[in-house]
Design a protein around this ligand. Structure first.
Ligand code: NAD
Length: 484
């Protein structure tokens, strides 16, 4: 498959590649040009019901397989993802606007996750509990049944693959819901799952959040929901789920992540890290981007100057160009949000250092383009200091008092990631313990180290992913009391 205006994607239900029952379609556009690149099915509640029923029917036979048999299927799927990697990569870049060179990592990661979770599977152990001396008290871990994973637009394939890996190896079957602005790669994933897996093991339904997503959340056969997306949608999912049943929900939500710079750091290194932490390769549409930079006043001017210089050198261009360091925003909605945030920063008195507008030139007349942007003199009460932008806007401020800067860093509803820079180990570790965030880098930024847990404090989420805890979260614990 390669995307073109006439391209029509498909869903995967019960081992069949299908359109929606209503034959309604949604459009995908290339965010660089706003040109149509294809269509995909708009699933309604009836389609969702078919997908969940297919998953439910397939689950007992899937769970009855030994782990080594399930692992073989997942390894085969990983192999096929790599074999169709170029096609997946081009579709994903065209559909998301993320730049091609770092996106190669997404394809490899998608395949790797399937292998990695398979390798962990025999660690899903129960326990024996010495509750009495006479009897035997033990626990076993059992799959929930059908798990749904609802995926955001920034890394659709990589998140979908993770949504398959852990639940499947734990003996569940799965229904995936891709994001409505970037669903095309899920058509290829559907073909690969159809080819490799028993029918119904993985089902993929495309459509809007309000229709397809909500129907999944409310489906009575789905008890286990995994959601990655924004805080308001996460809260809506909790509300909808609670209206129909008692459900186990993992929420991987947004962030407004602090980057705190102490006075004793290397200016060059920290400036490079501040830029790297913004993930400009996907136009900063990354939950973990450290977009709130707080620099000690003694080095504020130097670091701000170095960062501004580096960001100004990032020229947005076609994300398919291997040298591209930043593409467009994913959608008009995202562009409008970024522009509104830039306008609010100017109105509220922040200083625009670079960027802040659509790039000049013919190539940028259409498409969801904005320049990478740096604001300085940002005050804690300003909107750009408090709200997730999910775009290439860096908010820089200075500080003098260690207690005060930590209070400001911890004053928001978010708590996803943070970066602390200091060469004083006591100071760095004290700050790392004080900051309210699920991931803290000390003298580093951005990297997701494989096998380490990822997830948010406060309104940034519930639960941890990419770790053993995630795998165990796809199982329920049963206590068996054997009376002797
Ligand atoms: P979003 O919340 O708008 O949508 C995410 C997904 O939820 C989409 O598939 C959408 O169709 C679906 N959805 C929307 N409304 C729904 C509803 N009522 N019921 C069920 N499903 C619904 O998020 P987005 O704009 O796609 O992604 C950006 C957000 O995701 C940012 O806030 C970002 O920080 C967050 N994010 C978090 C992580 C993490 O690991 N913590 C990773 C990536 C993105």
């Amino acid at each position: 498959m390669s995307a073109h205006p006439q391209f029509r994607g498909h869903m995967l239900i019960g081992g069949e590649l299908v359109a929606s029952g209503s034959n309604k379609w949604l459009e995908s556009v290339d965010p660089s040009t706003e040109e149509k690149i294809g269509e995909f099915p708009a699933a309604d509640a009836q389609d969702v019901n078919k997908a969940v029923s297919a998953a439910d029917n397939a689950q007992p036979a899937w769970a009855a397989l030994d782990i080594s048999q399930r692992a073989k299927y997942l390894h085969q799927l990983a192999k096929r993802i790599r074999e169709r990697g170029d096609e997946l990569l081009h579709t994903e870049v065209l559909d998301t606007g993320n730049t091609i060179t770092p996106m190669r990592g997404d394809i490899e990661n998608a395949a790797w996750q399937l292998e990695w979770y398979s390798g962990l599977a025999t660690e899903m152990k129960g326990e024996t509990v010495p509750a009495t001396t006479k009897n035997l008290h033990l626990t076993v871990r059992e799959p929930y049944g059908v798990v749904t994973r609802i995926v955001p637009f920034n890394h659709p394939l990589m998140f979908a693959a993770r949504g398959i890996a852990g639940p499947l190896i734990a003996g569940n079957t799965v229904v995936i819901k891709p994001p409505e602005t970037s669903s095309l790669s899920s058509s290829i994933l559907a073909e690969l799952c159809q080819e490799v897996l028993p029918p119904g093991t993985v089902n993929i339904v495309t459509g809007t959040g309000m229709s397809t997503g909500d129907a999944l959340v409310r489906h009575p056969l789905i008890k286990r929901i995994v959601f990655t997306g924004s805080v308001p949608t996460g809260m809506a999912i909790q509300r909808s789920a609670a209206q129909v049943g008692v459900k186990e929900i993992t929420l991987e939500l947004g962030g407004k992540n602090a980057f705190i710079v102490y006075p004793d750091v290397d200016i060059e290194k920290v400036s490079n890290a501040i830029v790297a932490g913004m993930n400009f390769g996907w136009s900063s549409q990354s939950c973990g981007s450290t977009s709130r930079v707080m620099i000690h006043s003694s080095i504020y001017k130097q670091v701000l100057h170095a960062v501004t210089e580096r960001v100004a050198q990032i020229k947005p261009c076609n994300p398919m160009d291997p040298k591209s360091r930043m593409g467009p925003m994913n959608s008009k909605h995202q562009l409008d949000r970024v522009n509104a945030m830039i306008a609010s920063a100017i109105k509220e008195g922040a200083t625009l250092m670079t960027g802040g507008k659509r790039p000049d030139g013919k190539d940028f007349e259409k498409g969801y383009w904005v320049e990478p942007t740096v604001f300085s003199d940002v005050q804690p009460q300003m909107t750009i200091a408090r709200e997730e932008i999910f775009g290439p806007v860096l908010a820089v401020s200075s500080w003098d008092d260690e207690t005060q800067v930590m209070n400001v860093a911890n004053s928001l509803e978010y708590g996803l990631t943070a970066s602390i820079w200091s060469n004083d180990i006591t100071r760095a570790l004290t700050a790392a313990r004080k900051i309210q965030a699920g991931t803290v880098w000390v003298n580093g930024v951005g990297t997701h180290f494989k096998g380490t847990p990822y997830g948010g404090y406060k309104n940034s989420g519930i639960g941890r992913e990419s770790c053993m805890e995630e795998l165990l979260s796809y199982t329920e614990v049963k206590a068996i009391q054997i009376l002797l």
